[in-house]
Design a binder for this molecule. Structure first.
Ligand code: ADP
Length: 551
């Protein structure tokens, strides 16, 4: 017999009791705001009361459309601990994805950042938003907006009591939700139960995970709409550590000054962010001496990045791999103790891999013949993973379930090798998608848009390596005979920019005579990827304003 189930509430309860003065710091449009865990807990209770007053019931979904700040962090505990489900929406998605997601999730309430109100207005002007009964702007006042009905967060929670009769929830209560647009077709919803988030938090706290200490100062740069900022708000709270939220679209200068001024010891984000910070540090003075560790994931961390942080700043990079479906942390690249006296070169080689499976999870690697491949660092196959915080199905998507799961195993779509020490290395992606600066671009959607063009006979879109963004899309187009290629290129790009976020537009349109095909007549992107496997095609070609974080 056990007592209470595994839920999130005790993490914040403990932090408020044991570390009431440990701070939650936020960079907002109004400047730096800060308070202790005691106030964090109080405001979370106020939020839960406000949700009740707004008629939100157990099992209802409450959405956020927000960057990283303390109010967003309040929803992380306030919503799920009251029995509702927190649905974090990625504001960088195209409007039609946002509409699909809100309609599919049937969100009842939506919290939105002041800086994202305009973006949301575009998407919300649709029947897809019929379920949304109220918008709450994450500020002290409501801006001029067509969102209706709308209130501001401080008025929403302001008069509510600071205690709340938290329900005793079962571990399988849905607590969170995040959509992944990783593969073809519509985004797929992944639900996180209380128990999944609890298990992920506990594993993250271990030395084999991220090893948070109460003395750490933790700054998640990874957006809170990306798989719960990799679970960091939960694990940092469980540790009772000081947390620093970098606010809307932080620039490298903002990150450097937060690290310096708040004494950040641990931070996390996709490679693009850290490449940007290193560039900034090369040109500007900033004291990085407090920084001890950075977890980098979402895309492969270049070995040079790991090396530079180590050699120049004495910062340990933990390369990690995960997915929306795995809540997300699956592997972390820690060195084993026997490697302590290895040469730096050998250590970098290990640390450049995606790493060792987190305790609590299991994986296997399945080759083309359906058999498991040996751990020899050479044979490769698709990684399958299972465990207590790996999802078992997609929300309302039976056809995707058929395709992406086999019994308890999630088929990751990542092609890997595993060496004899157990280090996983991603060598390819079985899924046909492009990941640019940590954000997905659907090659299939771009291809459909291109093929719909009257002067395009055939077209395919391929992800080409890029130093800063890791990958950028390049379109390969077979024009209809007699077409003016320059005019076609311009018209194609204009059409895509009209329908999609600017950073989805291919960096280059290459005209070819025929798209290479496989024996079964499918487009053979491998051939094109091999042919264009260098950066020359896209080097330096993404205009700054096309960056995902600038949208
Ligand atoms: P996240 O928000 O954690 O990036 P997604 O579900 O959007 O989660 O993307 C997961 C996919 O991103 C993985 O299946 C893999 O293809 C890629 N990915 C994540 N981490 C890494 C990494 N460290 N190296 C290479 N690819 C990675």
């Amino acid at each position: 017999m056990v007592g209470a189930d595994q839920t999130l509430r005790p993490f914040l309860w403990r932090a408020a009791k044991l570390h009431p003065d440990s701070e939650i710091v936020s960079r907002t449009a109004r400047g730096i705001e800060r308070y202790g865990y005691d106030e964090y807990d109080d405001r979370t209770a106020q939020l839960a009361n406000a949700l009740d007053a707004a008629g939100v019931e157990s099992g209802d979904r409450v959405a956020t459309f927000c960057w990283n700040h303390h109010r967003h962090a309040e929803t992380y505990f306030g919503v799920p601990n009251s029995g509702a489900q927190l649905h974090t929406i990625n504001p960088l998605l195209p409007d039609h994805h946002i509409q699909y997601i809100v309609e599919n999730a049937e969100d009842r309430l939506l919290f939105v950042d002041p800086s994202l109100v305009e973006k949301l207005e575009g998407a919300a002007d649709s029947e897809a938003f019929e379920s949304v009964e109220q918008f709450v702007v994450m500020d002290e006042a409501v801006p001029d907006t067509s969102l209706d009905p709308v209130t501001d967060y401080e008025s929403f929670v302001g008069d509510q009591p600071t205690d709340y009769d938290w329900p005793s929830l079962s571990g399988d209560t849905p607590a969170g939700m995040c959509y992944t647009s990783g593969t073809t077709g519509k985004p797929k919803g992944v639900e996180y139960t209380q128990q999944m988030l609890w298990g992920h938090t506990m594993a993250t706290l271990t030395p084999q995970g991220l090893a948070f200490e109460e003395s750490d100062v933790i700054m998640p740069v990874v957006p809170m709409f990306h798989v719960n900022a990799w679970g960091i708000p939960y694990s940092a709270t469980a540790a009772g550590a000081k947390q620093v939220y970098p606010g809307p679209a932080p620039e490298p200068a903002d990150l450097a000054s937060l690290i310096e001024e708040e004494g950040v010891t641990f931070t996390a984000g996709v490679p693009t962010v850290w490449l940007g910070l290193l560039e900034y540090l090369a040109e500007n003075d900033a004291d990085m001496s407090s920084l001890e560790r950075i977890v980098i994931g979402g895309s492969a961390a270049p070995e040079s990045l790991i090396r530079e942080f180590d050699e120049e700043y004495d910062v340990e990079v933990l390369h990690a791999w995960g997915m929306t479906e795995t809540a997300p942390i699956g592997t972390v690249s820690h060195l084993k103790s026997k490697m302590d006296d290895w040469s730096k070169e050998d250590q970098y080689e290990k640390r450049g891999k995606q790493g060792l499976i987190a305790p609590g999870l299991e994986f296997k690697v399945v080759g083309d013949d359906g058999e498991e491949v040996p751990w020899n660092g050479e044979d490769f196959g698709e990684m399958y993973i299972k465990g207590p915080w790996v999802t078992q199905s997609y929300f309302k998507r039976p056809e995707a379930n058929e395709q992406d799961f086999e019994g308890e195993w999630l088929k990751t779509g990542d092609v890997v090798t595993v060496d004899s020490d157990g280090y996983v290395k991603i060598i390819d992606r079985a899924k046909d998608v492009i990941k640019s600066g940590g954000e997905w671009i659907s090659s299939v959607e771009l291809e459909n848009a291109l093929m719909a063009h009257d002067e395009v006979a055939e077209a395919t879109v391929v992800g080409v390596p890029h130093e800063r963004w890791q990958e950028r899309p390049v379109a390969f187009v077979v024009p209809v005979e007699g077409t003016d290629e320059d005019a076609l290129k311009e018209s194609i790009l204009a059409q895509i920019r009209e329908e999609y976020p600017r950073w989805w537009a291919p960096d280059e349109v290459v005209f070819i005579e025929e798209v290479p095909k496989t024996a079964t007549g499918k487009f053979d992107k491998k051939v094109l990827r091999e042919q264009y496997d260098d950066e020359s095609l896209v080097a330096g070609s993404v205009p700054e304003e096309a960056a995902p974080d600038e949208e």
